[in-house]
Ligand binder design. Structure first.
Ligand code: PLP
Length: 370
């Protein structure tokens, strides 16, 4: 038995992305108690940084001590009670995951299925909400990581609002890398992950709740069926109104990492980061054209930071990705579900979004395939 030293990789998959030395150094700082007054102060700072990143004034903005899927579950288990109607827009794996959760908590989900690789159609949502009565919420994925598609969260949430519904928006792959304005777009429950454009290690999930969402949660007739994810209980730890009481032991060092990654993002500037992701995507697009690789998603709704590329038929999927990893230390993602074997998912997120990384991928691609 020996200590584990991971290999040095270039992370160009769907997450995690590369973590900078600055963030790695922060993770290695002394562990202190999670109720230590100086840690409590640090928590307030972290919440402020998250508000600056989500572009919200929502008081209830904090990092959940769990990955993005838990934040998805938190949004749904707190907003919904048994038999509550929710429209779930599905154009990939993560919309489907929302549906699975809604079914497990015995809500009444109305699934709107869209072709994988296409964006969510606002007209379909509008027509559905015209027909269906008493829908409590609309859930959607802003940036569908399984297919590389961007949907118009602003417009879709606005339609939900017109019909008196709350919006739940998954921004796991968009936060920090793509325009997202929680307050301006009037989104209600928005969650993300740390391992994509924030370039912090996985395991935490920033989440924010609007006042309307809080009001709806406070009107629940039944208690939230999950103890750990019950917003009301969790707020005794995260709410910031004076004293804090024990809920669970926070992942102290992981929170140092998130905090540092947010400082790093805001040193760069949030909008500059959005612009950077687009610029690197355009560079990548040109390079792909040169080596004859095609995008799966049409221009206009392509995610700049998660590129779904059609696998050329003559290239063996598993062998290619394995050579890329083992000989060139580059990780890319395979297709998920129905997209398995059909696409590669190449992430250019946060610290990983550099021209050098694009060049490294192109160089390795040529060596492996020539
Ligand atoms: N939602 C989206 C859009 C994702 O891309 C992911 C993960 O890739 C998740 C949710 C789940 O996040 P996690 O893997 O951190 O649980």
């Amino acid at each position: 038995m020996a200590s584990f030293y991971p290999k040095k990789r270039i992370l160009l998959g769907p997450g995690p992305s590369d973590v900078s030395q600055r963030v790695l150094d922060a993770l290695a700082r002394d562990t202190i108690g999670h109720l230590d007054p100086c840690f409590v102060e640090f928590m307030e700072d972290t919440k402020d940084l998250l508000r600056k990143t989500f572009l919200t004034k929502n008081k209830m903005t904090f990092p959940l001590s769990a990955p993005g899927s838990a934040a998805m579950e938190m949004a749904l288990v707190n907003l919904l009670e048994e038999n509550d109607k929710i429209v779930i827009c599905i154009n990939g794996v993560f919309g489907k995951r929302m549906l699975d959760i809604a079914n497990r908590i015995k809500a009444k989900p109305i699934a709107l299925d869209f072709e994988w690789g296409k964006e969510i159609d606002p007209n379909v949502l509008r027509e559905t909400l015209k027909k269906e009565k008493d829908v409590k919420a609309v859930a959607l994925v802003h940036a569908e990581t399984s297919t590389g598609v961007l949907s118009d969260a602003k417009n879709l949430a606005q339609i939900a609002k017109e019909f008196g519904c709350l919006s739940i928006v998954d921004t796991v792959t968009s936060l920090g890398g793509i325009e997202l304005k929680v307050d301006e777009w009037e989104l209600d429950v928005v969650y993300s992950g740390t391992q994509k454009c924030l370039s912090a290690p996985p395991g935490l999930a920033p989440i924010t709740f609007s006042d309307n969402a809080i009001e709806s949660i406070q009107k629940r007739k039944s208690p939230c069926p999950s103890w750990f994810l019950d917003l009301n209980l969790l707020l005794t730890y995260w709410n910031g109104d004076g004293g804090r009481s024990y809920h669970h032991t926070a992942p102290i060092n992981n929170l140092y990492g998130l905090h540092e990654s947010l400082l790093q993002l805001h040193d760069e500037g949030l909008e500059n980061s959005w612009i950077k992701h687009t610029k690197i995507h355009n560079y990548f697009k040109n390079e792909m054209a040169k080596i004859g690789l095609e995008f799966f998603v049409r221009d206009g709704v392509r995610l700049p930071n998660l590129n779904a590329i059609r696998r050329p038929e003559k290239i063996d999927d598993a062998k290619f990705r394995s050579s890329l990893l083992n000989q060139h230390n580059i990780e890319i993602g395979a297709g998920l579900g129905p997209m398995a074997g059909k696409i590669w998912r190449i992430g250019l997120m946060g610290t990983s979004a550099t021209k050098t990384n694009v060049d490294e991928f192109v160089k390795a691609f040529k060596i492996i395939t020539e």
